[in-house]
Structures are given as C-alpha cells and as structure tokens.
Ligand binder design. Sequence first.
Ligand code: GTP
Length: 415
Amino acid sequence: DQQANSTSSAINVVRKKLAGYVGFANLPNQVHRKSVKKGFQFTCMVVGESGLGKSTLVNTLFNTGLYPPKENVEPTHETPQTVEIQSITADIEENGVKLRLTVVDSPGFGDFVNNEQSWKPILDSIESRFDAYLEQENRVNRRRMVDNRIHACLYFIAPTGHALKPLDIEFMRRLHTRVNLIPVIAKADTLTEEEVYAFKQRILADINYHKIQIYQAPAYEYDDQETIEENREIMSKIPFAVVGSDKQFEVNGKQVRGRKYPWGVIEVDNEEHCDFVKLRQMLIRTHMEELKEYTNDVLYENYRTEKLTAMGIQQDPTVFKEVNPVQKMEEERVAHEQKLAKMEAEMRAVFQAKVQEKESKLKHSEEELYARHKQMKEALDKQRLDLEEKRRRLESGRPITPEKSAKKRGFTFNK
Ligand code: GTP
C-alpha cells in the first residue's frame, strides 16, 4: 500500500535530523569557488540618441575606459544610413573576481529624419542572439555554449523635462518582451530636482498607459527585511536620473567624480545629487545575476516557446513521458513516409485530372477541325463544278445571252 502511495502521488519527503556534521553545509562555498574560477559574463545594451552620454555613463559605471575618449576618435562627416549594432568586450577584474563585460551599442538610433523603424535592427539583433543560443542548445555537443544574449538594456531618455517621445514609446513597446528594459534619464544634471521629479512621474505614467513592462526586481520569500528595503529603494528611483563623468574634482578636500558648474560640482557618486549609485547598485552589485536569470528563464524561454510553437512543435503539459529517441525517430520516419505517400497520391490525382481535361479539349478541337475541313471541301467542290460548267460553255463558243439564260430559268420577256 505504501509503495502504491509513493508511486501514485508526489515523492514522499521525510524531514530528518542529522546526528552529526556531514559537510554539505559547505555546498555554497563549492559553488562560490567554482564560479569565481570560471569567471562571470554580462552583456549590456545601451540605446539612445547620439550625444546623450551613453559611452560616458558606461565608462563611469565600470570605472574603466571601455569606450576610448572621443578626442582620440577622428570625427566623421558621413551620416550613417542605418542603425548599426556594435559591441565592445573587456575582461575586468575586482578582488580576484573576473567579469567579461560586453557593451552593445546602436549608433544611429533616433538620429535620422525618419526614425520609424529605428527599433527594428535592435530587436533583430536581440532575437538573432536568442536564435544562436537556441541553435547551440539543439546541437549534439553542447559543451562549449557561447551566450551572447543581452541581459539588460539601458534606454537613455533625453532630459527634455516634458514626456516620453513617440520614438521612446515605440522602442519600449517593441522590445519589452525581449529584454530587461532599464530606462534612465540622461544628463540629469541639466534638470533641477523638481524637474526631475515631475519628469519621472510623467515617464512612469506613459509607461503604465502603454503597458510597457520595465525591469522589476523580484521579491523572494526568503528575502530579509534589509534586502526588501534595499530593493524597494532601488525600484523607487526608476527611471534612474543619471550623470556620467570621466573627470575628478576636489570637493571638501576629497577627489570626486562629477561635472563642474560655476555654482559647484554635481557629484556622480552622491545619492543626493543623482541616481547613479542606485543604478550601479542594481546593475552590478545586487541584480546582475537576477537580470541574467530573468533573461534566461523568462525572456528567452518565452521566445523559445513562441518559436518552436510557430514551427509546429507542441508539448502537452499534462503528459510527461520518457522519450525514447529510437522510437521517436521511427515514429517520425513513419509519419514522414505517410506524408510523402499522401502527397504522391494527391499529385497523381491532380495529374490524371489534368490529362483528362487536356484530352477532352483535344478531342473537341479535332471535331471542330474536321467539321471545318468538310465545309471547306464542299465549298471548294461547288466552286470547282461551277468553274467547269463555265469553261465548258466558253469552249463550245456559244455565249449565253441574258435572255436565253433567263428563258432557261423559266422567265419571259415583254418586248
Ligand atoms: P554617441 O557616441 O554619439 O552616441 O554619444 P554618447 O551618447 O556616447 O555620448 P557621450 O558619452 O560621447 O557624451 C556626449 C557629450 O555629453 C560629451 O561632451 C560628454 O562630456 C557629455 N556628457 C556625458 N554625460 C553627461 C552628463 O551626464 N551630463 C552632461 N551635462 N553632459 C554629459
């Protein structure tokens, strides 16, 4: 009875107390050591019109000259015709932890007279990265998987102080199901504190109205009060009002990163001045793994399901049976042969119908031809007889006068 119970229902788990130390409490350390050895990898995309400070912010975030200084880059006067996708990868290390960071940029976005399709190359790039991953998953050998999927997209909103532009809405609407969207207000130092506050409210209202899903840190049952509070604070700052800078200034005897104004310095790392610290905290310090997990478990998974369903592959969620690959191949072979046989029969039927149609058409035109031929032959015979008659008369030298001819046909003339 007990056996039947254990097979029919879920596996019975019994709670047991250990009599002494076993050692699996060390599991987290094993994972920790392994992941540190392997290193981490993160791919972030930055999108926004040119000049909004994307490269400066990335350099400020990772405290590295990932983007070369603009003064060293030759200015180009050619206007790009399309949105390009460019990526920079760098290996960075902090306290022995290695991070392979890739930043994907999209120069040209929003810079044209007509920006209607600006979002398209970016969406294509995100989806083709999913496709590449899916293709690797389906390979026989999956040992060396390369993951180029985008884990987060920083979307730069111009500091207009008004509301979102149609292009901002269109971009977010098109992309929110494919990538973790993190909206930021660029160059927030150009707005006053009140302006930033009002601008944030309007942006959030627009995002709500258009049902755009921006990244939300998940809450877990096991989260302690401190984590819950920390997450709430981070989330309350979205869209992050950011300031980037690669320059340092002295403030109260300390070197700080910031932007200098006649009335003082706006400090990048000062939470009273902007939300840079909160953005960095979320993106790098607390939620990098969450962003990767959400990309894999939700965004990629949904894409994968949509793609496979569109290809006609279905899965009955109520049936979980062991798949025997040989049996599956045999089933597929039989199904394929049946399909081929059906197609062949259909083609044969169509071919026969066509032949019959052609034959009856031919028969019909043959009959028509024959009838016409007969008609022409009769007309020709008649003509020939008439001509022979005329010739005979001419040869006999007796011209036929109109009177004689009329008399012959039974007419009389009154003289
Ligand atoms: P593209 O490479 O053309 O796409 O530009 P970008 O978006 O990468 O902008 P970039 O970082 O090159 O910055 C453009 C200009 O804005 C530079 O002169 C920066 O010094 C300045 N800038 C960058 N960040 C900020 C900021 O937070 N506030 C202000 N006021 N200026 C900034």
